[in-house]
Design a protein around this ligand. Sequence first.
Ligand SMILES: NC(=O)c1ccc[n+]([C@@H]2O[C@H](COP(=O)([O-])OP(=O)(O)OC[C@H]3O[C@@H](n4cnc5c(N)ncnc54)[C@H](O)[C@@H]3O)[C@@H](O)[C@H]2O)c1
Length: 289
Amino acid sequence: MVTLGRTLTSEFVECGRPNLTPQNSRPSGTVQYRNDGRVVIVTGGCNGIGRAIADQFAQSGATAVVADIDTQLANSLPSAVHFRQVDVSSEDQCQELITWVVATFGGLDVLVNNAAIQPPSSYVRVEDVDRTSYERMLSINLSGYLFMAKHSLKVMRQQQSGVVVNISSGQGHRTARQVPVYGPIKAANILQAMQWGVEYAREGIRVVSVSPGAIDTPLVRASLEAQGGERELANRHPLGRIGRPEEIAYAVLWLASSDASFVTATDLSVDGGLKAFGAFADPYAALRE
Ligand SMILES: NC(=O)c1ccc[n+]([C@@H]2O[C@H](COP(=O)([O-])OP(=O)(O)OC[C@H]3O[C@@H](n4cnc5c(N)ncnc54)[C@H](O)[C@@H]3O)[C@@H](O)[C@H]2O)c1
């Protein structure tokens, strides 16, 4: 069982007024999830956000299977989390994984499409996009989501139950300079979830997406410079800090649970208020000091 609702701390800088949480003075409330007996696949679960999601599912009783290419990091996964070496850009490997999961654990209840790349070298203007890097991002960030969903939805349709969660990004809603490939693909991940959600809505299946703001993971640390540095990135979020991987996991656990039974074909921003902050707004005071 996972109890959600903790005092937030971050190794990352906080800008402006410290992020006061209700726990400081008043009860904040908690949510508890049980996922006993459920079978969950998380792609890209060896690191960052995917790892936190797999961890929270396993801690709440699910059989969590991480599908990732990083065999070295796989050794550090908690023992309750299963690992399969899978490159999601290969449809054959995606299909084999799902066949193995169903044969081994008897079904598939939740798919979390999370594996994606954003190499620092991809921060260029569209005229400088390197074809090889473009095609690699397309094949993982877009086709990988489709291959995993295609073969999972076949199983879920037979079961007449299941949830698919696409991890998208704030960059799927709004854009910035120098993300000519990553951002548009993240927008497509949102539309994938909407389209698949509508298509399977009458067959016991829900499909949603989650759009994180900046979250403290290796992917973000690798591109801090391109994003203006740690302090600037934190300050761009109304909450004055970037998020932690668990904060995305908590949203995914809720969306994948029966508490979210009327939620499908839609997107949830988990972004510290980023989406609501207009580009024309004054920056927060911390940067003007
Ligand atoms: N970190 C952020 O601030 C942020 C913000 C918005 C959205 N996102 C999205 O969240 C998701 C996770 O991001 P993260 O920051 O945790 O990334 P990360 O780089 O920390 O982890 C990505 C994981 O995916 C795996 N992976 C890479 N290529 C793969 C492939 N071909 N097949 C299988 N696994 C593969 C990596 O080995 C790694 O374990 C991505 O979809 C990303 O676009 C992240």
